[in-house]
Design a protein around this ligand. Structure first.
Ligand SMILES: [Zn+2]
Ligand SMILES: [Zn+2]
Length: 156
């Protein structure tokens, strides 16, 4: 499966093109398809002058495309989601460098749900407002009760 992205890149053209393309390839090798915005931020950091418009293509697995779709649907449903009441998912803090499939980022502390899948707290809490199921395995999400119940030590 191929995806195509167009970015404004820096000079000299050939070197910049190669830099951006290698960045894509290395991220995809690590199982991460950078979002358009992440790539734009990276290019802005790495290349001061950006007069050239270049299109990049990269071959990705269907799983990565699926993860992208999850992110797109997050944006599309964001309005709907935030209408619902705020919720908090039950989970244990973890520093494992695993990609949160909701935002595609592997940075920052995340939480591990009872089903074993790992997300950022912010991401999964927002997701849960919209759909109270684990995005990966469809397990029903356990929510922390409203009234500040801290009896379970495993909750964050
Ligand atoms: Zn996330
Ligand atoms: Zn799960």
């Amino acid at each position: 499966m191929w995806i195509f992205r167009t970015h404004d890149i820096g000079t000299p053209y050939t070197a910049s093109y190669r830099k951006v393309r290698n960045r894509y390839i290395s991220e995809v090798k690590h199982g991460v398809l950078p979002t358009r915005q992440e790539m734009e931020e990276w290019i802005a950091r790495k290349m001061d002058e950006r007069p050239h418009n270049a299109t990049f293509s990269v071959e990705v697995t269907p799983e990565l495309v699926e993860a992208m779709t999850v992110q797109d649907s997050m944006e599309a449903y964001y309005e709907e989601m935030t209408k619902g009441e705020e919720v908090h998912c039950v989970g244990t803090r973890t520093r494992k460098r695993i990609r949160c499939v909701i935002c595609m980022n592997s940075k920052f502390t995340k939480i591990k749900l009872p089903c074993g899948h790992i997300y950022h707290r912010k991401c999964i809490d927002e997701w849960a407002r919209w759909k109270p199921k684990c995005p990966v395995c469809d397990a029903t999400l356990q929510l922390v009760p409203d009234r500040g119940d801290t009896s379970s030590s495993s909750t964050v």
